[in-house]
Design a protein. Structure first.
Length: 202
């Protein structure tokens, strides 16, 4: 079980990679460099230690977000164009299969009621609310913007994961995390796309 400090560091490391873009694909993540970066962010990560970072990196690697190379450490995945297209197509196939399962007669309304629908609505609402708040930042590119984008990206990931899980594709939902992560890593513009697609002015 990941404790609160490790979970906080884990999310902050993801933000450093995806939202703040402090690291590039293929980069190795040195523990001390991350400690310095997290402490400088202040807030809940201001007292982050190497031990906490080490646990967070191990957890990210277990989730498929990082690769680990013996003697070198943890590395941000880097795919070539063909590998990336394979990843995108794999995600499409999994989600198409999940949607087919959800719309089949064998999945009744009762199974999709309650917390499943509530969770999916929550994630959609979170994305919409984050986008609305981004529209009102008047061109700010500071911490508030980063926080809102991070929130929207996480909600998007959770939405797709829960669609797969709701269809009974739990193994796929765990694998999908890796696929979604790879896609986000290889499209740095995805952050700006959230704004462009929704008419957000910077």
């Amino acid at each position: 079980m990941v404790n609160l400090q490790v979970a906080t560091a884990l999310e902050a490391i993801v933000d450093l990679i995806v939202v703040d873009q402090k690291f590039e694909r293929g980069d190795y993540l040195g523990e001390q460099k991350l400690v310095t970066a997290l402490n400088s962010k202040g807030g809940p990560t201001k007292d982050t230690t190497r031990g906490i970072v080490r646990e967070a990196l191990a957890s990210l690697q277990a989730k498929g977000y990082l690769d680990r190379e013996p003697g070198k450490g943890y590395r941000i995945p880097s795919y070539d164009e063909d590998e990336l297209m394979d990843t995108i197509n794999s995600r499409r196939r999994m989600e198409r299969a999940a949607i087919n399962t959800l719309t089949a007669d064998k999945v009744g309304k009762k199974e999709l009621s309650g917390h499943v629908i509530t969770d999916l609505r929550y994630y959609v609402s979170t994305i919409q609310d984050s986008i609305e708040q981004l529209k009102n930042l008047d061109g700010s590119r500071g911490r508030a913007r980063s926080s809102l984008i991070s929130k929207a990206v996480r909600a998007d990931i959770h939405f797709h994961r829960n669609v797969l899980a709701a269809a009974g594709h739990r193994e796929d939902s765990r694998y999908a995390d890796r696929l979604i992560w790879i896609i986000i890593l290889h499209y740095p513009g995805i952050i700006d796309d959230y704004e462009t697609m929704n008419g957000i002015n910077r």
